[in-house]
Structures are given as C-alpha cells and as structure tokens.
Ligand binder design. Structure first.
Ligand SMILES: [Zn+2]
Length: 354
C-alpha cells in the first residue's frame, strides 16, 4: 500500500467519524522501545517531525508472506541494521510526536504499553500525560518478590490509572499458563492474574513469536534471557482449548497480533476453538495484514477483535487502513458499520468499561 491509498482510506474514515459518531482507539502503542535496543534513560525528550503517512522501514518488512520471511532473515542476517533502524526510530520521542501521528490518523485515544524491565510502567506514566493516552502496567516478573506484587500493582494503578496489564511471554520469558513455569514464577503469575480479576483490569498478551536481535543496550546487563516462542498460541491452551489461564480467571484477555506475530501460517483452527469456547478472549490487529484480518472475521465475530497498530514500530495510519481494506471483502453476515465500530472502539470500551 502506498501513501496515496492510505490518504484516500483515511478520508473515508474521517467521513465516517463525522457522519456516524465513530471513535477510534488504538489499543496497542509502544511509545518507546521495548526490545532492549534503546535504554529508556537515554531517550531524548524531543522529536523531528516526519511524514507519518509514508511506511516505516520496519513495517515494509512485516506485511505479506514473502515480506515476513524477509523480515525474519533481515533480523537474523542484519541485526546491526535493525538495531540502527530502531535507534533512529526510538531515540528521540516526545509526547507530541505520538499525538501528531494520532491526529493525522484520526485516532482519538491510544493505549501506551510498557514491557518491564525493558520499559517500566513508571516511564510511561511520567512521560505521557495527555488525557488521550491511556496507560497499561507491567511487572518485572523475574525481579519482583511474590509478596510485593499486590502492593506494586495497587501503586501503579492509583498513580497512573492503568486500565490493564501488558504481559510479554517472549521478552519477559515466561509461559502464559502458571503451571507451565517454575512453581515460584507460576505463583507470581497467579498473583498478577488474581489482582487483575479483583481490580477489573484486562490482560494484554503478546501472541506469536518474537523477532529481535541479541544486541541489547549494555545498561540492561544482568537481565533475564528472552524467549522467541513462549507466546505461541499453543502455549495459551491445548489443542482443544483447555486452558488454566482462560478458564480459572474471570478477566478479559486480549491476545495481540491475532495471536500470530511473525508466523506465516496461522492456526485458524485453534483461534476458532478459543473464540467459540471463551467469552472473555479477544484478539488485537497490531501489525497484521488485511488478508489475515479478513480471514479471521469470516469465523470470529467482530465483537472479539480490537484495533491496535504496534506503533511506533509501525505506522498507525497503515494499520488502520488495513482494517478498512479487510472489511471490503468480508462476508460474515454482520453489517460493515457494526464491524468497524466494534473493532475501532466499542469492544475496547466494553473490555475496560471506561
Ligand atoms: Zn507490540
């Protein structure tokens, strides 16, 4: 997709906003790097205006089958190049940089995601203060003691008004189901899930593999090793959908990237089982191609899908346009206007009851 196409779709979306009262909430934004390339203490609070309607370098590699293979190879063969791109992208970020891109894409609110220890909640909470920006919390699960978890979460909830907790099984190195970890780590996860249940927070999990390079900033030295595969959909439940996480806790759970980041052949069968079996499980569209979104909507109702972009690694406008494109060919019996309002804001409002 080129800039011209994005601009023409955006103008249709803006018409819809004017005529139907549509709102747009981007539920998946990383305002700063979470991959360990740029340490959060090094980020400069400034930014140079750029054209956010031109695709970013990273996102050119992320869409489509060939591109996905390309992006994997790119990470493997040219790690230094990738690090350089991320550095250029994430070294200087001011709040205004994010609000500008949101305005250009007609996005009303956006959810800011930390991933501790790579990006702690406190940095998000203190740097991004606009009332259009909503914070999630994140727990540094390997370094916190079990008995500190409740206190820590209570604190960040009060201070930064977090509405949910972001969990990244790959970058934080754990399995989503508590019993598949060491007893100590499992107990910590259980505490986090119980807290979310009690305080009506939702959980947002990374879904799929992770592409990253092993060159982390030396300031992160001493941190835990990471995993590339822990967040595979098959680690959330078994092939029949049986899941300690989905069944034992009464919490809305969003699995990012339609559950398949970096995976070429999605497990549609498992997605279908999960959607059918559980009322509380949702998927977001961050960094996902239009064809994957369309295929998913053929068998999962739009009430289960929320819009996310994976900005600032990706461009908000492109990910929004991808949803619009996907809808052009969906035939699932739902009205198009309902699908678009469910995905772009209604589902998120019902998950968070804001
Ligand atoms: Zn993400």
């Amino acid at each position: 997709m080129n800039k011209q196409k994005v601009v023409s779709i955006l103008s249709k979306i803006s018409e819809l906003k004017k005529n139907t009262g549509l709102r747009i909430i981007d539920t998946h934004v990383h305002p700063l790097d979470v991959m360990g390339v740029v340490h959060y203490t090094d980020v400069k609070n400034e930014y140079a205006k750029a054209d956010y309607l031109v695709p970013g370098v990273l996102e050119k590699f992320n869409y489509g089958k060939i591109a996905q293979v390309g992006s994997k190879l790119f990470y493997k063969l040219l790690p230094k190049e990738i690090n350089k791109i991320i550095k250029n992208n994430c070294m200087s970020i001011a709040e205004k940089r994010i609000l500008d891109e949101m305005d250009l894409s007609f996005v009303d609110s956006a959810v800011m995601l930390p991933v501790a220890p790579w990006l702690p909640t406190e940095i998000i909470g203190e740097k991004f203060l606009s009332d259009r920006l909503i914070a999630l919390g994140s727990v540094d699960i390997h370094n916190i003691r079990t008995e500190e978890i409740d206190n820590y979460l209570t604190n960040i909830k009060e201070k930064y008004k977090i509405v949910g907790i972001k969990l990244h099984p790959n970058l934080q190195n754990f399995k989503p189901q508590p019993s598949q970890n060491s007893p100590e780590l499992g107990e910590k996860l259980h505490h986090i899930y119980k807290f979310a249940e009690k305080e009506h927070l939702y959980l947002l999990f990374h879904g799929g593999v992770s592409l990253y390079t092993d060159f982390t900033d030396p300031k992160y030295k001493g941190n835990i090793p990471r995993s590339r595969m822990n967040a595979m959909l098959r680690n959330f439940c078994d092939i029949n959908g049986k899941s300690e996480l989905f069944e034992n806790y009464n919490i809305p759970i969003v699995i990012a990237h339609l559950g398949h980041f970096g995976i070429i052949n999605p497990d549609y069968k498992l997605m279908k089982i999960i959607a059918k079996k559980f009322n509380n499980i949702y998927f977001d569209t961050a960094g996902v191609s239009p064809s994957f979104i369309r295929n998913t909507l053929q068998f999962i109702p739009s009430q289960k899908i929320v819009f996310g972009s994976d900005a600032l690694y990706n461009r908000i406008a492109y990910n929004l346009a991808f949803i619009y494109l996907a809808l052009e060919s969906v035939r699932n019996g739902e009205q198009k206007e309902n699908i678009i309002s469910n995905i772009l804001y209604k589902n998120f409002l019902s998950i968070t009851s804001i």
